[in-house]
Design a protein around this ligand. Structure first.
Ligand code: NAP
Length: 506
C-alpha cells in the first residue's frame, strides 16, 4: 500500500512510515502484513541480537508450548514439519527465524536497539523513538509488539542479594551453570516451573520446590508426529488446515466454561486434575498440599503429564511454608527450617500488568501513557488509546487468553491495524486516533464482562494488586475477531493535518 501523500516523508531527514518494536510473533506478523500492503519503509527495533521474543529468551530445560503447534503458528505460514503436537522451544524459535527469512524481514530489523522513549510531536504528527544509546528515529506510525510476558519478575525476599550460590530467573536461564549433582531450590510453581522441574529433577542431588499456592494441572496430551503424518501435511496442505481448524474449534469451545458456564470447569477441569494427582503422587500429605483453594481457571490452568509425578522421587521435596528470607547458603522458611542449597531458580513469572514497561511513552502535549493508565492499563480493542495517534499496540491490554492460541489473537489485531491503515489511505488522513467516548465505552464493557468469568476471586498474574484485570480478553476469540474485522471504524477519528517538521526533535 502506498501511504497517503498526507503522511509521506516530508523533509530531508528520513522519516520511516512505521516503526515496530519487538520481533516475536506480533512484530514479525505485523512486518509481514506491512510488506503485503506494499509498505517497505519500516524498521523493526529489537533489543536482543536475534528474532523470536519470548521463544528466544525462555530457553529453560523442558520449555515447550501448551497450545498445539498447528494452531500456535501463523495461518499464513503453516509448518508441515512440526515434530510433535506441542512443539518445544527450540522448534518454535527456529520457526520464527524461518519466518523472518522466508519473508525477508531481517533487512528491516535493527538488532541491539533497545527503545527507551517514544514521543509524539504534535506539529509534525510524527513519533520520535529514542534508543538507549541516545540515537533517535522518526516515524509516522508506531506499533508496539512487546508481548505481555517479556519482563521477568523477581520476588522481593529479604537476603536475596546476599545468596552466595548461583541464582537466576527461568527466563534468563544460565546454561553455563551445570546443575548436575547440585542441591537446588525452585521458587514458584507456575507454567514455567512445571516444565523445568521435571526436566532437571533427574540430575540434581536434591530439589526443593517452594510453592506459595498450588495450581490446577491437567495432562498434556503430547506425542511426536509420525513421518507419515508430516508427509501428509506436506503433500496435502489442506489436511494441515483441517487439523488447525479442529484444534481451534476444540480450544475455542473451552471459552464457554471460562466465560459463561463456570460450573463446567468442575467436571472438565477439577475432576481430571484430582484423578491425575491421585495417580501420580502417592503420599496423601503431599497430595493435600497440591490441591488449590482457588476456583479452577482463576489462575492459568497448567498442562503437564510429568510434573506431579516428580514429587514421588525421594530427593524431591515440596515446601509449602512461606519463605522468610534467603540466607547466604539457602532458603529459610517462617517455620524455621533452613534448606541449604547451591542454586536458586526463580520461576516467579513476569510483570504482565506493567504494560510496555520500562518504555516512556508520551502522546499529544507530552501526555504520559503511564498517567493515562494510573488506574490500570486499558485500550480500545487492546490496541489504541486516545491522545496517542498512530500508536498501535499488539497483544495490548485485555487481549491475553486463558483458553486458546495467542497467535490467533495477534493475527486478528494485525488485520485490524491493516484495516485502519487502509481507511487512512482512502480518506487521505495523516492520523488515526480512537475517540475518548468509544474508548471509555469499550473498556468499561470489557471490565463489566469479567463478573461472569472464572478470573475473579483470586490473585494471579492476570490482575494487579487492586484486583483490576488488564490482561485478559473476557470472551471468545471469535467475538473479538468479529469486532476487529466487521466492527465500525467510527470509533476512530481520522484527521488530515498539514504537518510541519518545525520544532521536531531529530
Ligand atoms: P506464573 O505462572 O506467574 O508463576 C509464577 C509462580 O511464582 C507462581 O507459582 C507464583 O505463586 C510464584 N511466585 C511469585 N512470586 C513469589 C514469591 N514472592 N514467593 C513465592 N512464590 C512466588 O509465571 P510463569 O510460570 O513464568 O508463567 C507465566 C505465563 O507465561 C504463563 O501463565 C503462560 O501464559 C506463559 N507461559 C507459557 C508457556 C507455554 O507453554 N506456552 C510456558 C511457560 C509460560 P502464586 O501462584 O502464589 O502467585
Amino acid at each position: 500500500m502506498d501511504i497517503p501523500s498526507a503522511i509521506t516523508p516530508r523533509d530531508t531527514r528520513h522519516t520511516h512510515t512505521a516503526i515496530i518494536i519487538g520481533t516475536g510473533f506480533a512484530g514479525l506478523g505485523m512486518a509481514v502484513a506491512l510488506r503485503k500492503q506494499g509498505i517497505d519503509d519500516f524498521v523493526i527495533l529489537e533489543k536482543a541480537h536475534d528474532v523470536g521474543g519470548v521463544w528466544r529468551d525462555n530457553r529453560y530445560p523442558g520449555a515447550a508450548c501448551d497450545v498445539p503447534s498447528h494452531l500456535y503458528s501463523f495461518s499464513f505460514f503453516p509448518n508441515a514439519n512440526w515434530t510433535r503436537k506441542f512443539a518445544q522451544q527450540h522448534e518454535i524459535f527456529a520457526y520464527l527465524q524461518d519466518c523472518a527469512q522466508r519473508f525477508d524481514l531481517q533487512r528491516h530489523v535493527r538488532f541491539g536497539a533497545e527503545v527507551r522513549a517514544v514521543d509524539y510531536q504534535d506539529k509534525a504528527a510524527l513519533w520520535t523513538v529514542t534508543l538507549k544509546d541516545g540515537s533517535a528515529l522518526r516515524s509516522q506510525l508506531v506499533v508496539t509488539a512487546m508481548g505481555q510476558l517479556s519482563l521477568p519478575a523477581l520476588p522481593r525476599i529479604e537476603g536475596m542479594d546476599r545468596f552466595e550460590g548461583k541464582a537466576f530467573h527461568s527466563a534468563q536461564w544460565d546454561h553455563s551453570f551445570d546443575l548436575a549433582g547440585k542441591r537446588v531450590a525452585v521458587i514458584g510453581t507456575g507454567a514455567s516451573a512445571i516444565q523445568f522441574v521435571p526436566a532437571i529433577a533427574y540430575k540434581v542431588t536434591s530439589l526443593t520446590v517452594f510453592q506459595r499456592s498450588p495450581a490446577y494441572i491437567l495432562p498434556r496430551p503430547d506425542r511426536p508426529y509420525t513421518a507419515w503424518e508430516r508427509l501428509l501435511c506436506k503433500s496435502a496442505p489442506w489436511t494441515m488446515r483441517l487439523r488447525r481448524l479442529a484444534i481451534y474449534v476444540q480450544y475455542e469451545s473451552r471459552a464457554l466454561a471460562f466465560t459463561r458456564m463456570k460450573w463446567l470447569m468442575t467436571p472438565v477441569g477439577k475432576w481430571p486434575f484430582m484423578r491425575l494427582l491421585e495417580r501420580q503422587v502417592s503420599d496423601p500429605a503431599v497430595r493435600r498440599k497440591m490441591v488449590p483453594d482457588d476456583p479452577i481457571g482463576c489462575k492459568r490452568i497448567l498442562l503437564s503429564s510429568d510434573y506431579l509425578a516428580t514429587f514421588d522421587q525421594p530427593h524431591v521435596q515440596l515446601e509449602t511454608d512461606a519463605i522468610q528470607r534467603i540466607t547466604p547458603t539457602g532458603v529459610q522458611t517462617h517455620a524455621g527450617q533452613h534448606h541449604g542449597v547451591d542454586a536458586i531458580i526463580y520461576g516467579t513469572g513476569f510483570a504482565a500488568t506493567r504494560f510496555l514497561a520500562p518504555l516512556e511513552i508520551r502522546g499529544r502535549q507530552g501526555k504520559k501513557l503511564s498517567d493515562a493508565w494510573a488506574l490500570g492499563a486499558k485500550a480500545y480493542m487492546g490496541i489504541m488509546v486516545p491522545e496517542f495517534p498512530n500508536f498501535f499496540m499488539l497483544y495490548g491490554p485485555n487481549t491475553n487468553l486463558g483458553h486458546n492460541s495467542i497467535v490467533y489473537m495477534i493475527e486478528t489485531q494485525i488485520a485490524h491495524v491493516v484495516r485502519c491503515l487502509q481507511k487512512m489511505k482512502q480518506s487521505r488522513a495523516s492520523t488515526i486516533e480512537v475517540q475518548p467516548a468509544a474508548y471509555q465505552r469499550f473498556t468499561a464493557d470489557v471490565q463489566s464482562r469479567f463478573a461472569n468469568t472464572v478470573w475473579v476471586g483470586c490473585s494471579s498474574w492476570y490482575v494487579d494488586e487492586q484486583g483490576y484485570n488488564s490482561t485478559t480478553w473476557p470472551g471468545f476469540t471469535l467475538s473479538y475477531r468479529w469486532l476487529a474485522r466487521w466492527g465500525s471504524l467510527g470509533a476512530y477519528r481520522f484527521t488530515r493535518t498539514q504537518p510541519t517538521t518545525e520544532g521536531v526533535t531529530p
